[in-house]
Ligand binder design. Structure first.
Ligand SMILES: *Cc1c(COP(=O)(O)O)cnc(C)c1O
Length: 822
């Protein structure tokens, strides 16, 4: 794209404040974190309930970004860049996308429905890509923000678009329709349940159909509800000629009638009738969702008038769709991002963004296969790829494939191999160490073999951490805070077991104000990992004071003895105004200055310029239990009194804070200037009503190592604590008490979930393994097992074991690999 900004003033209904000359942009961004090339970018400063991109603008100007769409010009930025001021930046982004869409005139497939959108989109891309240069929404970009970003990626070489539209309530589709303007509509599975956000199923269907207002072809599965919505819709939005193109398992009047579907080995054979002829089709899936999605694709192919042999040929090669990018620990302290499923220019951009936001090592490597179906000549394509790679400051590029090899000279620092096997033969000599590696390749290159080589070898048990859920939970608690109240997030104990550095990075992006850790070591490893946020250390031992100072950590000081020890070292080092945090004991009786030591504290601090009281805090003992309401109030009152005394006698203006997670929920009047969020970030609330608003963060997963059936009378495990009363199928899972699974959870107290069904733990939990009863479950070796997550929840396990979720989370051993995804 190359667009003159001045042309956009009227499109966006913006006020222009900036240079007079014509300015051309070739790139749109909304994400300050991943933005790397500046001057030709137009940055839309979106505002959410909890995040305001205007806050990042001055940073972006420093990075060289010059053009912004904003709702207001942030302080000190006027005159330093060009601004288009609008009422609402999201609306402006949408208007821009709709304007941009109209610059192109080729078929666009618009997908909506409750389930299957992304899979149908990916499959259509696969099925049609031999014949078209396709632009499609990346991943599941189908929201009010994702759709405009997807459409903006169209370029002059594309000749077919596939975009999905997702909505969660009424009045949203209207905007997406204007941006996508599909010429072929596909309604995927609509679901039966009525989702939150809609009154009923009919309203949900009606709203989704709005995507097809001006769409000459609509593909859908016929059934009574959809049919009645469809005829009303057709009456309301008359379009001639409009083709309704339907399919059904039951209704013979559908255009494509499915006569038969039968399972064969691990495939399904489908017999369908179309235009009075009967055809055969085989797809490599058996579950009903995949069959429906495949039939939606079939109708698109029929609409494009493919012959049945080509259809059969391509559809038998459909594959499971992997929809997310994963970060995994690699060998030699590498971390790897596995995107070994696709290789096209657009998804490369997204993967590079993700690489930047997740990089744990300063050095970035990309392993990239040939790129297919760009529409550009190879010369042009690889120039663009090389530019993108250089904008993203990638340290080394490893190209695999004959085409990319022939363009190696376009890249700086690039090694190439003709194929994956040649790469593997040279693997050792490439010396992968201390780098973050993006592995991105088309399916045919089988880069999963490279992933296997680079992945750290541990046993099959992992704790999966959903970074998006962490963001969600953070925003939920932020929304409870009064304006100007700061937030400290507790990442002690390795982020409550969820992984310290990765979570700290995410929190830094979200601009929380402080991090809190228990010990200096934890703070040091965060600083070594590149975290710049201020970090408070709750429990600094005096032996760690020198390193606290060296790493610019901020100690919590809780006794006169500790204060004097710190002051002594601080004076020796000639420090000035070094930030410390004063902890007051208001009733918890763990750490802190009690009321009777306050005078001595004040005496010691008076006139002191070596340290600065950055904050004053206390901790509540019972914020989660309303039976102790009065006690909490007494703590808060005492905190108010003691901290006020400190403030007035020392004439200082520190941050004051006392609330932890439950405190934020139950005592909103005591937010003072900051709160300390802990367990809530990780998706656990002490209040069942509040729990509903939080998203699960960690899922502890393993696999089945072995399955056997034992006869009645046989026993399982140490001590023979399980006796089979009838023939019983037993599965062994490689996770045990050394991984943090309490032995109390064994012997049929606890369970795991396999294929959405509960499997009771039989016999005693061993050190590295446990056994479960799978008599009623159709499962085999290698199948996935959930130890906790959505079900059972950590809270459920904690209740059964008479402990608290904190203990369950922090008990998961460090030998369990953490895998982060969004
Ligand atoms: C751990 C901790 C918190 C956070 O508590 P949650 O209940 O997890 O929110 C807050 N303040 C202090 C001093 C803590 O030690």
């Amino acid at each position: 794209m190359s667009i003159n900004l001045k042309n956009l003033i009227s499109v966006l209904e913006a006020k222009w404040i900036g240079a007079e000359a014509a300015i051309f942009i070739d790139h749109i961004s909304i994400d300050s974190r991943s933005l790397q090339n500046g001057s030709q970018t137009l940055f839309f400063a979106l505002t959410g309930v909890n995040n305001d991109a205007h806050l990042y603008i001055s940073e972006l100007i420093d990075k060289g970004v010059q053009n912004f769409v904003v709702q207001y010009i942030p302080e000190n930025c006027e005159g330093k860049a060009n601004f288009m001021v609008v009422k609402n930046t999201l609306n402006a982004l949408q208007h821009f996308a709709a304007y941009y869409r109209h610059l192109f005139d080729f078929p666009i497939i618009g997908l909506t429905g409750s389930n299957g959108k992304t899979i149908v989109k990916e499959w259509l891309n696969f099925l049609l890509s031999p014949d078209y240069n396709i632009i499609r929404s990346p991943k599941s970009y189908n929201s009010q923000v994702g759709v405009p970003l997807s459409v903006i990626a169209i370029n002059e070489k594309h000749n077919l678009g596939i975009f999905e539209a997702g909505i969660s309530t009424v009045n949203e589709m209207d905007k997406l329709e204007k941006i996508i303007k599909p010429t072929i509509g596909v309604l995927t599975n609509i679901g039966t349940a009525h989702d939150e956000g809609f009154l009923n199923l009919v309203q949900k269907i009606d709203e989704k159909l709005l995507l097809f207002k001006d769409c000459p072809v609509i593909i859908y599965q016929k059934n009574e509800t959809v049919d009645s919505c469809m005829s009303q819709f057709a009456a309301e939005y008359m379009l001639h000629p409009r083709k309704l193109f339907s399919w059904s398992f039951r209704d013979q009047t559908a255009d494509v009638f499915i006569l038969k579907k039968e399972k064969r080995n691990d495939k399904t054979r489908i017999e369908y009738q179309y235009k009075n002829e009967i055809f055969d089709l085989e797809i490599p899936f058996q579950d009903s969702a995949s069959i429906e999605n495949a039939i939606s694709c079939l109708l698109v192919l029929l609409h494009f008038e493919y012959d049945s042999a080509t259809i059969q040929n391509r559809m038998q090669m459909l594959y499971p769709v992997e929809m997310r990018l994963e970060v995994k620990n690699g060998i030699n302290n590498c971390s790897i991002i596995d995107d070994s499923y696709s290789s096209d220019f657009q998804s490369l951009k997204i993967a590079l963004d993700f690489l930047e936001s997740q990089k744990k090592n300063a050095s970035k490597t990309v392993i990239l296969s040939d790129i297919f179906q760009s529409g550009f000549s190879n010369e042009e394509l690889y120039s663009k790829v090389a530019q993108l790679i250089s904008d993203n400051k990638i340290n080394r590029v490893i190209g695999i494939g004959s085409t990319i090899s022939s363009f190696a000279d376009k890249f700086s620092n690039c090694i190439t191999f003709q194929n994956t096997a040649e790469f593997i033969a040279h693997f050792e000599s490439l010396n992968f160490a201390n780098e973050t590696i993006l592995i991105k390749g088309a399916r045919s290159f089988q880069f999963e073999e490279i992933v296997t080589l680079l992945e750290e070898k541990t046993h099959e048990t992992i704790l999966e951490i959903n970074l998006d859920s962490i963001s969600h939970n953070l925003n939920f608690f932020k929304s409870k805070l009064a304006n100007d109240v700061k937030i400290m997030v507790m990442v002690k104990a390795f982020g409550y077991g969820n992984g310290g550095l990765e979570i700290a990075k995410l929190l830094e992006h979200h601009k929380v104000d402080y991090l809190g850790v228990a010990f200096a070591d934890e703070g040091i490893s965060l600083k070594n990992g590149g975290i710049k946020l201020p970090i408070m250390v709750l429990n600094p031992e005096s032996t760690s004071f020198p390193s606290i100072i060296q790493y610019q950590l901020e100690p919590e000081i809780y006794s006169v003895k500790g204060l004097n020890a710190f002051l002594k070292i601080a004076r020796e080092k000639n420090l000035k105004d070094f930030p410390i945090h004063i902890k007051l004991d208001t009733g918890m009786h763990r750490l802190g200055f009690e009321e009777n030591t306050l005078t001595e504290l004040i005496e010691t601090l008076k006139g002191n310029t070596t340290v600065k009281v950055q904050s004053v805090l206390s901790h509540l003992a019972t914020s989660d239990d309303m039976n102790h309401y009065d006690f909490v109030i007494s703590q808060i009152k005492l905190f108010e009194k003691l901290s006020s005394k400190l403030i007035s006698e020392l004439n200082i203006n520190p941050i004051r804070h006392i609330l932890n997670t439950s405190g934020i929920s139950n005592f909103p009047e005591a937010q003072f200037n900051m709160v300390r969020l802990g367990i809530g970030l990780y998706g656990v609330s002490n209040d069942p009503a509040e729990q509903k608003y939080l998203e699960n963060v960690g899922t502890l997963k393993s696999i089945i190592s072995q399955v056997r059936t034992i006869p009645a009378g046989d026993s399982v495990g140490y001590g023979r604590r399980f006796m089979a009363e009838k023939p019983t199928k037993i599965a062994t899972i490689p996770i045990g008490y050394a991984d943090g699974i309490s032995r109390l959870w064994g012997n049929e107290v606890g369970y795991v979930v396999i294929k959405n069904q509960k499997a009771s733990i039989v016999g005693s939990v061993c050190m590295d393994m446990l056994m479960v009863n799978v008599t009623e479950i159709d499962c085999k070796e290698g199948d996935s097992v959930i130890i906790f997550g959505e079900s059972p929840t950590v809270t459920e396990i904690a209740n059964a074991l008479k402990t608290i979720p904190y203990e369950i989370l922090t008990s998961i051993s460090q030998r369990v690999k953490r895998v982060f995804f969004r």
